[in-house]
Each structure stands twice: as structure tokens, then as C-alpha cells.
Design a protein around this ligand. Structure first.
Ligand SMILES: Cc1cc2nc3c(=O)[nH]c(=O)nc-3n(C[C@H](O)[C@H](O)[C@H](O)COP(=O)(O)O)c2cc1C
Length: 391
């Protein structure tokens, strides 16, 4: 199998087959199936919301590459008069810098430095993109998920229901029949905003926002949690407060207060994995006042995933899928593949790298006796605690 993997790595670097997950199943008897927002995916790798899902051409290219899902750039909610309480997030900024960043541990990783925020074109343009995503989703080519930043009030203020209603209903109408999958973004720039300096205020948002959205349309809701400026215990409190979402995306980038920018790299994955180690799905609730018997929603990992090896670290801590951004943006010289789109080249390394790819790492876990074949197959989801429990 190792020799076969070396051959696949070599030839798929020139051309990655779109249905590589079927190839992996037939050749290595590895079932890479995963799930996100309750939907079954052929493998666990998707694209996080951001600058890589701004138009239909990017989505088409990702569908062609065989990506499992793509989350659209976050749109800022508005009411029927076009008013946006979070308008400060809809700023236009095109320049991104992909650069190395050294983590506290001394490890060098990649980060994207960018001062921009949410979707900066019209809401109608966003709805047109949602319809393009709907068509790809219906055709079974790529699960596409819109993302929204809705109004977040101060503790003594009411939610602006008009924004929740208009935005959610418009997205649901653009989607038409079938469940709308939706992410609610709590972003790192929000973590850096005075609005998020009050713990009780943040916890109230997380407790109330899922129901505020759902009252306007039937949605499968993912809540993408930020890394707040507080300690690990507070991250765990946030996980529990947002427990009524269908999925929690854990956790968006860190915020550098000195530079005033969000960042990733090893500091991000170190923190995320450390917190997930203590999450209830791992059987160890460690926060004061935690609810016994709480069943965590499905988890989707994000943060510094640039190899199958790190992907597996997230999976073993409860993530049944992952969403990446930075790894799809590296200089071409960083990918071993010689041909294909960035998405194809990234998938090629993530799945087939003979040392750190998903296939190699799953075979390694089998060798170590950590993962066992069932019915002759090794299954990615067998790594994920609680993945098979109905919710
Ligand atoms: C340039 C850039 C823009 C982003 N924009 C958004 C966004 O609009 N909404 C959102 O939820 N996440 C956004 N993200 C976060 C990513 O989706 C992802 O969760 C995060 O960067 C961690 O993954 P990574 O380490 O693979 O980049 C953005 C990230 C980058 C680098």
C-alpha cells in the first residue's frame, strides 16, 4: 500500500481525479466519508468562508477539484430598508499578504494578513452567488453554505429582529426547496471589538442567536465561534452556550491587538486543539457551572490545517469535517503538485502526501492498533468520538 501511495502521489500531482475519495476507497479500503451540518460528505475537507468564495467561478473550480464543501464569504445582515447595524464590517479591502508567522512554541507557520472584513458588494449580488451555490449543491457537485454576520446587541439592548428576518428569509427564498445550510460568523475582528469585551454579552449572543435565526426559516445552522480575548475556560463556556446550533465551527482566527489584525498559524491550532481536548464531546467538561449530560453538537474544525496529520488531530477531538482557508492560498512552490488549481494542489498534498497525508496517517493509525478495520475498511469517522451518535 505504501508503494501504491507513492505512485498515486506522483501521478496525481500532475492530475488529481475529481472522485479521489472513491479511488481511495477502492484502492486502500479507506472510507473517508465525513459530515458537516448533517450532510454526508465524500471526505472531510472544505473551504472556510473568506476571499476564496466570492464568485461563481471560484465555486465551479472547487466543485471541479472535488472539494467537499465551500462556505461563502460572510455577508453583513440588513433589514428591508437596507440598514446594517454591523455596517462597519462591510469594508472594502483587496490587498492580502500571505506570510510566515512564528508561534509562541517557536514553530513557523503560514498566516494571511488582511485588514478587510465582510462582503462589500450589494446584497442582491450575494443572493445571486447563493443561487449559483444552490445549483451546485443540488447537482451534488459541491455543498455550498452561505455565511452571515447579524446584529449583535449590547447586553441591555434588544436584537434588531428586522435584520434577522429580512436576511434569513431572503437567503431561504434564494435557496428555494430543501434545507438551507447557514453559518453565523463570530469573527476575530469582532473579538477585537469593544462589543466583545464583556463576557456575559458574548454568552447571551451565543445562547440567543440560533433561535433568532431559526424563527424566520428552517435552517441547518452552524455557529462559527471566535477565539475570544479571554482564557481557555471561556472558550469552553462559549462552546456550551452555543450548544443549540446544529454544528459548531471551532475556532476562527486569533486577534493580534498590537497589529490590529487576525492571524493563524501554529498558535491558532495549538489553542484550538488544547481547548477541544477539554470539550464535552471528549467526556471532560471542565468549566464551572457546566451542564451535566450535555450532548455537543457536531463539530467542524478550522485553523492551521495544512496536512492530513493535523486534520486527524481535529478529528480525534470530535471534528467530523474541517474547513481551511490559508492552505488554499500558499505560493505555488509550497505544493508538491506541478499542475492544477490551488484547491487541487492542496487536496493532493492533504490526502496523498506519503508522510503526512490523510491516507498515510490513517494507515499509520492502523499499524499502531489505534484504528481498526470494520467490514474490511478503515473509516475516517471511526476516529471521531460520538460521530455515529444520532443527534
Ligand atoms: C483573508 C481571510 C478572510 C476571511 N474571511 C472570513 C469571513 O468572512 N468569515 C468567516 O467566517 N471566516 C473568515 N475567515 C476565516 C477562515 O474561514 C478560517 O476559518 C480561518 O482562517 C482558519 O483557517 P486557516 O488557518 O486554514 O486559515 C477568513 C480568513 C482569511 C485568511
Amino acid at each position: 500500500m505504501r508503494a501504491q501511495l507513492a505512485r498515486d502521489f506522483e501521478r496525481f500531482g500532475r492530475s488529481l481525479p475529481r472522485n479521489f475519495a472513491s479511488h481511495v476507497r477502492e484502492t486502500y479500503h479507506l472510507d473517508l466519508s465525513a459530515h458537516y451540518l448533517g450532510a454526508t460528505l465524500p471526505h472531510p475537507i472544505g473551504k472556510g468562508s473568506g476571499q476564496l468564495s466570492l464568485n461563481a467561478k471560484q465555486l465551479e473550480e472547487d466543485a471541479e477539484a472535488g472539494l467537499a464543501f465551500a462556505v461563502l464569504k460572510t455577508v453583513i445582515a440588513q433589514d428591508d430598508a437596507g440598514d446594517q447595524s454591523m455596517a462597519a464590517w462591510a469594508i472594502h479591502e483587496t490587498k492580502m499578504k500571505v506570510e510566515q508567522r512564528r508561534a509562541a512554541s517557536g514553530a513557523d507557520g503560514w498566516t494571511v494578513t488582511w485588514k478587510g472584513r465582510g462582503w462589500d458588494r450589494s446584497f442582491d449580488d450575494y443572493l445571486a452567488l447563493v443561487r449559483a451555490g444552490r445549483d451546485l449543491t443540488r447537482a451534488g457537485r459541491l455543498l455550498v453554505v452561505p455565511s452571515v454576520k447579524y446584529h449583535l446587541p449590547k447586553l441591555n439592548e434588544p436584537f434588531r429582529d428586522g435584520e434577522y428576518r429580512f436576511t434569513t428569509q431572503s437567503l431561504a427564498a434564494a435557496w428555494g426547496d430543501g434545507p438551507l445550510h447557514l453559518e453565523k460568523d463570530f469573527s476575530p475582528t469582532l473579538a477585537g471589538d469593544p462589543l466583545a469585551a464583556d463576557r456575559a454579552q458574548v454568552l447571551r449572543w451565543l445562547r440567543e442567536v440560533p433561535e433568532r435565526i431559526r424563527r424566520h426559516a428552517p435552517v441547518r445552522l452552524g455557529v462559527k465561534l471566535m477565539n475570544a480575548r479571554f482564557d481557555d475556560d471561556f472558550q469552553l463556556e462559549m462552546l456550551q452556550a452555543a450548544g443549540t446550533a446544529d454544528t459548531l465551527v471551532v475556532f476562527n482566527r486569533l486577534f493580534d491587538e498590537d497589529l490590529g489584525v487576525a492571524y493563524g498559524g501554529w498558535d491558532l491550532s495549538d489553542r484550538n486543539l488544547r481547548v477541544l481536548d477539554r470539550a464535552p464531546s471528549r467526556g471532560g467538561v471542565a468549566t464551572p457551572g457546566s451542564r451535566p449530560g450535555l450532548v455537543m453538537p457536531e463539530l467542524c474544525g478550522t485553523g492551521n490545517i495544512q496536512s492530513g496529520r493535523i486534520l486527524i488531530e481535529y478529528a480525534r477531538r470530535g471534528c467530523s469535517a474541517v474547513q481551511l482557508h490559508t492552505f488554499f492560498q500558499l505560493p505555488l512552490s509550497e505544493y508538491p503538485a506541478t499542475h492544477g488549481s490551488r484547491t487541487q494542489r492542496a487536496l493532493h498534498k492533504l490526502i496523498f502526501d506519503p508522510a503526512d497525508g490523510l491516507v498515510a496517517c490513517l494507515l499509520e493509525l492502523e499499524d499502531q492498533g489505534t484504528l481498526e478495520r470494520r467490514g474490511g475498511e478503515l473509516r475516517f469517522l471511526d476516529l471521531v468520538p460520538d460521530a455515529h451518535r444520532p443527534r
